[in-house]
Design a protein around this ligand. Structure first.
Ligand code: ATP
Ligand code: MG
Ligand code: MG
Length: 374
């Protein structure tokens, strides 16, 4: 099957790596000349608003997918007039605007932090009076890896926080005092069949995901799946969707959803019977889903900004290295390491052995604290 992929980053690259054995042919459509997925398919370097290039893409594809959340929705709308776009434009439209996204959670009875749209400094004062401080001011659109977000603890931090956004429409959210962050990776086939992966427990540092750990029988699994199921059904969704959640006590609060494969699910390449990438492709091609069963326990460690000594990573048992072929740059996701193990005890031991290799304080801190128990 011919897949037209909008966006050419590491998610497209890993989708292509999963799709090649299934006989998929990819066209990677991205304005970025250096797109790291480009070597894995026919590559077009065009703007997302180039109608002629999009018509070519439509003519040479059976289905359109996307891996990049900031593809203009009008590009998907345009393509959807010619061939299936999966997931559909509505899932992207709502995810691109944090206010619409949180309104959707509210409509579906999925709890989330108190929030208020902010279009001016006066709005910000009103919002803070309503939801209280501390709170997080975020750009409504275009944010990723925690960019465009400022924590406001007291009144005199409001004006500088608003100024930092340069007048962009924003949202103020109350700061959630969470015990942990988790995500559930869900997948829905064109037939309506759904499946879920074991929850990931996620550690962020400076807004960027550093470490994701998955083990079976998480006490919040059923609740997280119920919330994700509501999103899948409401959006008549086809493909993989990730729902990021905060856990506070016994409660889950939704943070955001990603209408695509997700960084916290990279462990599924080695750690699950069918990876999130293969299941996404199966879904968008109208094929049955594969088993999401977890094999033992697994962790993903992100390589941010620099790549540590390859030989030491490869010399560590139960460890796999994925490099994305991107140039080193501070704060950039360059690759990840997956660790699979039979038990949390074994996983902790390997994480602790590896922790000295990574610059990430988060990974070291988690491993040293022995935070993950059997
Ligand atoms: P992503 O790369 O996941 O798309 P993003 O830029 O969309 O990131 P968020 O997921 O909203 O940003 O926030 C990044 C991180 O900041 C969260 O994972 C969490 O650690 C923290 N954070 C965001 N919003 C809140 C909140 N309301 N309360 C507490 N922590 C928060
Ligand atoms: Mg996000
Ligand atoms: Mg997030």
């Amino acid at each position: 099957m011919k897949i037209g992929m909008l966006g050419g980053g590491q998610l497209a690259r890993m989708l292509a790596l999963a799709g090649i054995p299934l006989g998929c042919e990819f066209t990677i459509f991205s304005p970025d000349r250096e797109a790291c997925a480009a070597p894995l398919g026919r590559s077009c370097c065009y703007d997302y608003s180039d109608a002629e290039a999009l018509m070519d893409l439509a003519a040479s594809s059976d289905v359109i997918g996307f891996e990049f959340e900031n593809v203009p929705v009008r590009t998907l709308d345009f393509l959807a007039d010619h061939l299936p776009v999966r997931p559909g434009p509505e899932a992207l439209r709502l995810a691109q605007d944090r206010v619409h996204e949180k309104e959707l959670f509210t409509e579906l009875d999925i709890p989330c932090a108190a929030f208020f749209p902010v279009d001016s400094l006066e709005d910000l004062h009103r919002a803070a009076a309503l939801i209280g401080l501390p709170a997080v001011l975020k750009a409504r659109r275009q944010g990723y890896d925690g960019r465009g977000q400022t924590l406001i603890r007291q009144m005199d931090e409001m004006a500088p926080a608003w100024q930092l956004l340069g007048g962009q429409p924003a949202i103020l959210e109350s700061l959630v005092d969470f015990d942990r962050e988790i995500s559930v990776i869900a997948v829905r086939a064109a037939s309506g069949e759904t499946a879920f992966y074991a929850l990931s427990e996620n550690t962020h540092h400076h807004g960027i995901l550093r470490l994701a750990v998955s083990q079976p029988h998480d006490s919040m699994q059923a609740q997280a799946e119920r919330y994700a199921q509501r999103l899948l059904d409401r959006l008549d969704y086809v493909g993989v969707l990730a729902l990021e959640l905060f856990q506070a006590g016994d409660h889950l609060l939704a943070n955001e959803y990603a209408p695509r494969v997700h960084n916290s699910g990279h462990w599924t390449i080695e750690g699950a019977a069918t990876s999130q990438f293969e299941n996404h492709l199966r879904a968008i091609m109208g094929l049955p889903l594969g088993s999401t069963a977890l094999r033992g326990v697994a962790a993903t460690i992100n390589l941010i900004g620099t790549v540590p000594d390859m030989a030491r990573i490869l010399g560590t048992p139960n460890t796999c290295l994925h490099l994305y072929g991107k140039a080193c740059k501070p704060g950039r996701k360059l690759g990840h390491v997956t660790v699979c193990a039979d038990s949390m005890k074994q996983l902790n031991q390997i994480l602790s052995d590896l922790s000295g290799l990574f610059s990430s304080e988060a990974v070291s801190a988690v491993a040293e604290a022995g935070h993950y128990q059997n």
